[in-house]
Design a protein around this ligand. Structure first.
Ligand SMILES: C[S@@+](CC[C@H](N)C(=O)[O-])C[C@H]1O[C@@H](n2cnc3c(N)ncnc32)[C@H](O)[C@@H]1O
Length: 207
């Protein structure tokens, strides 16, 4: 029998309710650091991190309706108040609604690798999207990325190290709340660890 997923309006943010750059203090009902997770899937990272870092405000952006609904239900059942989730395309949403110099960290874990060459243009990490992430990051804010896809990882490293983008590489540290042996604790990471696939990580901060 299909699981009944409940909507929690305090957690699910609706794009139709937004018409200008987001006021995070209003959205979260408090001030504080804002982290964005792009492509949050079923919300495993979000759940662990929202519990482990209750002073941080987490905004998750997920395109797929079934994962978005699953994550809203999951976070809602835990009664966490420091999470908002929106079902939309992160590319358009970040460019239109996220204010400049507002984000402490972007988490991008196991982004779709689009392995066929003719689909590479759909990959999230590219120069144009990086420009938007840089616009939104606070000075000293970080971008953290993990993938199992070696060739996409090369592209990611290349894009992040392009001259003039004001990023400095930092160590990728697993945040508090992740299990032993995990970098981030997402569903995909857990699946890939079981399959013994290599996992590549990179982190950089805005200088
Ligand atoms: C391979 S899954 C990884 C999910 C999760 N991060 C994990 O590691 O378990 C990639 C996720 O990103 C979402 N996604 C892909 N492109 C997106 C976009 N442009 N905006 C928002 N979500 C996106 C997909 O729907 C999918 O849930």
């Amino acid at each position: 029998m299909a699981k009944i997923l409940k909507d929690y309006p305090a957690i699910s943010l609706k794009q139709e309710d937004l018409n200008e750059k987001i006021d995070f203090t209003r959205i979260f009902g408090r001030s504080g650091s804002v982290h964005i997770e792009v492509g949050s899937g079923k919300g495993a990272f979000l759940l662990n991190q929202a519990k482990a870092q209750q002073d941080v405000n987490f905004l998750a952006i997920e395109w797929a309706s079934k994962y978005y609904r699953y994550a809203v239900d999951r976070i809602g059942r835990w009664g966490l108040t420091n999470v908002r989730i929106i079902r939309t395309d992160a590319v358009d949403f970040i460019a239109r609604f996220v204010p400049a110099d507002s984000i402490e960290c972007f988490h991008i874990y196991f982004p779709d690798p689009w392995p066929k060459k003719r689909h590479h243009k759909r990959r999230f990490i590219n120069s144009a999207n990086l420009e938007q992430l840089m616009r939104c990051l606070k000075k000293g804010g970080a971008i953290k990325i993990a993938t199992d896809h070696a060739e996409y990882f090369q592209q990611i490293r290349y894009v992040l190290s392009e001259p003039g983008n004001k990023l400095e590489k930092i160590d990728f540290l697993a945040p508090n709340g992740t299990n032993e042996g995990e970098w981030v604790g997402t569903n995909f990471e857990r699946k890939y660890i079981k399959e013994q696939r290599p996992i590549y990580t990179i982190a950089a901060r805005k200088t």
